[in-house]
Design a protein. Structure first.
Length: 199
């Protein structure tokens, strides 16, 4: 009888010990996973005010560049093929960036519009309503020249904004996008100046 009780006690103790050990392992692993997951999330979303301003200002800037490109391409066969190819490239590069910029602002809990919107503040390189109307109404030949002139200024403004982000931004991905913008749009400015000289 005594032996049976002792055996039972030892068995129960062993089960409890095993259970606590497993629970300890489980708790340890879970907290480790949560910690790892949250640190990854915080690293991805880490940002400063400059990142927010960059996204808020580059978003409408990109949207206007795509709109300008659509206007030019709508002119049809009368558009110089080299300029049309450039417009398509600009759309292909900037459309995905528009989605990314919007996604960042949403993740950061920031509005997609800058605090400067509607206060008369004009972002560097942005076309006015009158500029956009002129481009929209121009003939295919005139539109090519207008598009190149306007897009050079537009790109120069974007490059300036991107350089500020590279210098002062805190979000790794946003800074990387800014570097890409500086590189690709600087190269496109050179191409546009060459194309404009030939018009």
């Amino acid at each position: 009888m005594h032996t049976t009780t002792t055996t039972r006690t030892l068995a129960i103790t062993a089960v409890l010990t095993l259970g606590l050990t497993l629970a300890g392992c489980s708790t340890s692993n879970n907290s480790s996973d949560v910690s790892s997951s949250s640190s990854t999330t915080s690293a991805a979303s880490a940002h400063n005010r400059q990142d927010v301003m960059f996204a808020q200002m580059m978003l409408p800037h990109h949207e206007q560049a795509v709109e300008m490109s659509d206007m030019l391409l709508a002119k049809g066969d009368g558009v110089d093929p080299d300029v049309a190819a450039l417009a398509k490239q600009i759309k292909a590069e900037q459309s995905p960036e528009i989605k990314q910029l919007t996604s960042w602002l949403k993740a950061w809990g920031a509005p997609t519009e800058s605090e400067h919107s509607g206060t008369g503040h004009v972002m560097s390189g942005m076309m006015s309503d009158s500029d956009m109307s002129d481009l929209n109404q121009a003939s295919a030949k005139d539109a090519v020249k207008l598009y190149l002139e306007q897009m050079i200024k537009h790109h120069e403004g974007a490059v300036d904004m991107a350089k500020t982000e590279v210098d002062k931004g805190g979000n790794t991905d946003a800074v990387q996008m800014a570097k890409s913008i500086v590189s690709s749009q600087t190269e496109q400015i050179t191409r546009m100046k060459d194309l404009l000289a030939a018009v």
